[in-house]
Design a protein around this ligand. Structure first.
Ligand SMILES: *Cc1c(COP(=O)(O)O)cnc(C)c1O
Length: 836
């Protein structure tokens, strides 16, 4: 592309690109809206598709973001500040429109401008598809972090992949999950800006060739590669009313313009052009596995594609600003790896520094070990990524050489620290030996990083006691904890406008920037008038949820019932099964007439199962069948309802969390790294029923034991119990559980499909059940009964609810990011010069 800047710089009207600030009032924005609608999009006002109204409004707001985006970039360049790059295969962003309006402070002006044109803002907002480029918690964490970084004015850029198809849409048919493709880009994406000028070339395959120059310097070339282009698309990330707009840069794979010469010379021009398609497959689809590895070659391609393109982009920008001198690179740059998915970055940064920028091994390694930081997200062994050495050899031969060299030097370090301890060397090796040797990606990430963090206090403790014990003995100072958080902008201010206004009126609006200010709410828990207003808002939010449930599940929830909600990925460790057992128990009680002091209850469960995870799919089917039986039984009227909400996603959670009374966080202790759904519920005044797992522990510490429904074994208790776990004995000696199992096993919930739930039943009765569902049943149903009683005492419940919100300040992702910056990134905030 031609260097436009040179042309402009020398032009007498050099300032002709300095535009006056765009208007932020209702009228000015309405003018823009009409122009985009009529001219840019070419629609008439009698074109009755509201979609184009969404599009016109998005472009109107995007213009306001772009203004501030450039100022932010310039401010970072001028300050020449240290920067962090958040590398993640997932960013679960959800919708952008309402977030942009909130963060720009344009809610009222936009609503007014639209109202004057006879348009309803809410209807327009519902036309935006979710950006579902993630599976669950890990991807949503990345999105909350970006929001916090922009709101704290930290120079942090997200790097990810622009999947053509995001997380699948879940459809329930006959009680079973079916997956439909999510072609979220079909109608275009007004929030992205293509930047073809920053395209990178990514090598795959080929072979390596070593050579020595006349000074005896060794170098390696990676040759005969099949290259794929990486084209960046930038998404603006606005901070909260602070004129900062950061960047999420997403890479799309594209074919090079080179032909497959063999095909071409054989005269098959169309075939050779068609082959280009294969390159573009790399960013075609998000892998829908949460908390389990998949082992597909395409997935490794995705990981390297992200790592290579992002690092090239960072080095290009460094060279633009500092030339080819990397001596200060480590002082000014940091890469945060979101789980091991981008861990190949460790070797790829080595490769680029050595092979493309002529650094020696030691200099390059020093840079890597001072710039890479790794966040671990799971303790489940099945989720620990390993890639076959043979796959690396075929796909990334140069990267494999570098990994071998890193490993050889690392094992020498282990040997000198523990001479003769060969078992330790075998345990700590980056390569797991065997018939089909594997690269252990977590170990590569640990060895290549200066910081390794877990995501909640318990999780970080369990990591250094278990999985990473050897590494902690070698490098204790590397390991640290950063308890997760969520952004209160989206998860309170945006999704709960009723509560937002009450909070603003009561304690001012400082909490939107500084969530610890919610503490000021505590005294109001004792104020009956305040409690009444709190109750009224909760009921309005429950009404919104009732309408969603009615529409999506065809189940009617009575407003006065306790709304008991578990929404999250469907996984055995999260124990949706335990929830179902409790519901069946309540059903049994109703059937036998044991309903004295009954609290009407509505149980809502939602979440997606990985398409290949059969047990999770059977659990979904069970939930739907139990719900159908219960809801169809006249005896349950006014006492119990159950629904499965299809296609759980960010925009649904924005309706669910504000309308929930009781938040189910019931994983087997020691298995949920942190959880973040638990924090969204707490902020919105739901009370948790939960185990001592992940961040539940810290939630309970903050809110106090009397405002939390605790049950179940501890993590240590779980491990101790494994030796002598006897679920069949537990079932036989607990009449309630026996009755539940009898009903399940009688086929009561699968009258026309014998054996449909056999696997689920077997799992509960299995002495090797890793999740020990039966072990926690008794305590769970007892504590559920306490929760039901507490709910009947409305004033007590309201006090608890208010205190949950008031004490949720610790779970802002602003707090988390402040800790990342203080302990790992060492960033300074940089404010853009305002254009006005
Ligand atoms: C917050 C969130 C999650 C994470 O929920 P957990 O209960 O922590 O597993 C998953 N999916 C969506 C859409 C979310 O908003």
């Amino acid at each position: 592309m031609s260097p436009l800047t040179d042309l402009i710089k020398n032009h007498p009207n050099a300032n002709c690109f300095d535009l006056p600030p765009l208007p932020l009032d209702a009228e000015g924005m309405a003018d823009d809206f009409r122009r985009y609608y009529a001219h840019t999009l070419g629609r008439d006002c009698d074109d009755q598709t509201i979609y184009y109204a969404y599009k016109a409004l998005s472009i109107t707001l995007r213009d306001r973001l772009v203004e501030r985006w450039k100022n932010t970039r310039n401010a970072y360049d001028e300050a020449d500040c240290k920067r962090t790059y958040y590398l993640s295969l997932e960013f679960l962003m959800g919708r952008a429109l309402s977030n942009a309006m909130l963060n720009l402070g344009l809610n009222d002006a936009v609503a007014q401008g639209l109202y004057e044109m006879g348009l309803a803002l809410e209807e327009i907002q519902d036309n935006e598809p979710d950006a579902g480029l993630g599976n669950g918690g890990l991807g949503r964490l990345a999105a909350c972090f970006l929001d916090s970084c922009a709101s704290l004015q930290l120079p942090v850029r997200g790097y990810g992949l622009r999947y053509e198809y995001g997380m699948f849409r879940q459809v329930i048919e006959g009680g079973e999950q079916h997956e439909e493709p999510d072609h979220w880009l079909r109608d275009g994406n007004p929030w992205e800006l293509e930047r073809p000028e920053f395209t990178q070339r990514i090598p795959f395959g080929g072979r390596t060739e070593a050579s020595t120059d006349r000074f005896g310097r060794k170098s390696v070339r990676w040759i005969d590669t099949s290259d794929v282009l990486a084209v960046p698309y930038d998404v603006p990330v606005p901070g909260y009313r602070n004129d900062t707009v950061n960047t999420l840069r997403l890479w799309k794979a594209a074919a090079t313009d080179e032909f497959n010469l063999d095909e071409f010379n054989a005269g098959s021009y169309p075939e050779s052009v068609a082959q280009k398609n294969a390159a573009e497959h790399i960013t075609m689809v998000l892998y829908p596995n949460d908390a389990s590895e998949c082992g597909e070659e395409l997935r490794l391609r995705q990981q390297f594609f992200l790592a290579s393109a992002s690092i090239k982009d960072v080095l290009r920008d460094w060279i633009r600003r500092h030339g080819n001198d990397f001596t200060r690179f480590a002082e000014r740059n940091c890469f945060q790896l979101n789980d091991t998915h981008p861990a190949v970055s460790v070797a790829e940064l080595m490769r680029q520094l050595m092979d493309e920028h002529d650094l020696e091994w030691d200099a390059a390694w020093l840079i890597v070990r001072q710039t890479m930081a790794y966040t671990n997200h799971t303790l489940l062994p099945e989720a620990l990524e390993r890639w076959p050495v043979r796959l690396f050899r075929q796909l990334l031969p140069r990267i494999l050489e570098i990994i071998f060299e890193i490993n050889a030097r690392f094992l020498a370090e282990v040997a000198s620290r523990w001479p003769g301890d060969v078992d330790r060397q075998r345990r700590m090796s980056l390569i797991e030996e065997g018939y089909d040797p594997q690269v252990r990606m977590a170990y590569l990430a640990i060895v290549g990083s200066f910081s390794v963090n877990g995501v909640a206090a318990l999780h970080s403790e369990l990591l250094i006691d278990g999985l990473f014990r050897d590494f902690n003995e070698l490098w204790p100072r590397k390991f640290n904890n950063k308890t997760n958080g969520v952004t209160q902008r989206r998860w309170l201010a945006m999704c709960n406008p009723g509560l937002r206004e009450l909070l603003n009126e009561t304690i001012g609006d400082g909490w939107v920037r500084d969530l610890s200010q919610l503490k000021q709410l505590e005294p109001f828990a004792a104020d009956p008038a305040f409690r009444a207003r709190w109750h009224a808002i909760k009921q309005e939010n429950k009404q919104r949820l009732v309408e969603q449930v009615s529409q999506l599940c065809r189940v009617e929830f009575p407003l006065e019932a306790i709304f008991d909600v578990q929404v999250k990925r469907i996984h055995e460790y999260k124990r949706q099964l335990l929830n179902v057992l409790h519901v069946i128990h309540l059903y049994n009680r109703i059937k036998r007439g044991d309903t004295r002091n009954w609290t009407p209850r509505c149980v809502l469960i939602g979440g997606k199962a990985a398409p290949g995870y059969m047990m999770a799919k059977q659990i979904i089917k069970l939930i739907n069948h139990v719900a159908r039986t219960i809801n169809g039984d006249p005896d349950t009227a006014g006492l119990l309802r159950m629904a499965f909400m299809p296609d759980y996603r960010v925009s649904l959670m924005e309706v669910i969390a504000p309308g929930t009374d009781l938040s189910e966080q019931i994983s087997t202790a020691g298995k949920e790294a942190s959880g973040t759904g638990n924090m969204k519920f707490m902020m919105n005044g739901a009370i948790t029923i939960g185990t001592l797992d992940g961040a539940n522990i810290e939630i309970r510490e903050q809110v106090g034991d009397e405002n939390f429904f605790l049950f179940g074994m501890t993590a240590a208790g779980v491990e101790a119990r494994r030796q002598h776990y006897d679920p069949n004995g537990i079932i036989a000696s607990d009449p309630a559980l026996l009755e539940v199992m009898n009903l399940l096993e009688s086929g009561h919930f699968n009258q026309f499909a014998g054996g449909a739930f056999d696997q689920v039943i077997f799992a509960i009765r299995n002495p090797h059940d890793p999740w020990m569902t039966a072990a926690d049943f008794r305590n769970y149903i007892d504590v559920q009964e306490q929760a039901a009683l507490a709910y009947r005492d409305r004033e007590r419940w309201l006090r608890m609810s208010i205190l949950n919100t008031a004490r949720s300040g610790h779970f802002s992702s602003d707090r988390t990011i402040t800790e990342y910056s203080r302990d790992i990134w060492h960033l300074d905030a940089v404010a853009p010069h305002t254009s006005a």
